[in-house]
Design a protein around this ligand. Structure first.
Ligand SMILES: CC(C)(COP(=O)(O)OP(=O)(O)OC[C@H]1O[C@@H](n2cnc3c(N)ncnc32)[C@H](O)[C@@H]1OP(=O)(O)O)[C@@H](O)C(=O)NCCC(=O)NCCS
Length: 194
């Protein structure tokens, strides 16, 4: 995760993608790309080209790689894996103060999920977790499936040990999708993979 102030440089091609963007968008894009390049290097992938937006806005990774980029006002993160090891990976970060200011339970949870997580909601920010986890699930599944998902299309079960199970996602086989979450006072972080 990158939280330093200096805006990282973009690779040729990426600059054109945000040439007309507002400064905030350009900055989050640059930090996301910097995280992505670091993640690729740590995976051992030698790639100096741009990471452009592909189908449906998903990053177009070099051949043989799957991955995900996320940003919020506190920073950015990226994760990558060899396509031989994972079919999809989705990451999401949310600023906790911002998430706490919105009724994310009303926005992201189904009635069944609200009932399922009533006990957990005493100790955990269930609305923010379901919101973020569904964003991760979407980012994980969309690049292969290409089908849009709304919050109501995805049904999750969070557990107190920092995991979540994807019970359904309309149009997708989710039997092998695995999810994890982590919380700090500042951030909600989720990851889904399959
Ligand atoms: C893709 C989406 C989930 C991003 O979430 P966000 O919290 O707004 O923003 P984040 O910073 O966490 O993620 C943005 C990054 O997601 C990635 N992304 C965008 N569309 C994507 C897609 N269809 N599939 C996978 N990744 C995608 C991109 O890398 C993007 O950053 P970039 O444009 O700088 O490359 C959101 O923009 C979206 O399209 N939502 C519609 C679908 C949805 O949310 N349904 C409800 C949950 S099921």
């Amino acid at each position: 995760m990158a939280t330093v102030d200096a805006e990282p440089a973009l690779v040729a091609g990426e600059d054109a993608a945000v040439a007309r963007a507002v400064a905030k968008r350009r900055r989050e894009y640059a930090f996301g790309r910097a995280c992505a390049r670091r993640a690729l290097a740590e995976l051992g992938v030698v790639y100096a080209g741009p990471i452009l937006g592909g189908a449906g806005g998903a990053p177009a990774w070099p051949a043989g790689v799957v991955g995900s980029i996320t940003h919020c006002e506190l920073g950015a993160a990226a994760g990558v894996a060899h396509a031989a090891d994972l079919r999809g990976l989705g990451l999401d970060l949310e600023s906790r103060p911002r998430a706490d200011a919105i009724d994310l339970l009303a926005l992201a949870a189904t009635a069944t999920e609200r009932a399922r997580h009533a006990a957990l909601a005493v100790t955990l920010p269930v609305g923010a977790l379901l919101f973020s986890a569904k964003e991760s699930v979407y980012k994980c599944l969309y690049p292969r499936g290409g089908q849009f998902l709304d919050f109501a299309d995805v049904e999750l079960a969070l557990t107190a040990d920092g995991a979540f199970t994807v019970l359904t996602a309309t149009g997708y086989d989710v039997t092998t999708v695995r999810g994890r979450f982590a919380l700090t006072p500042e951030l909600v972080a989720t990851v889904a993979s399959y």
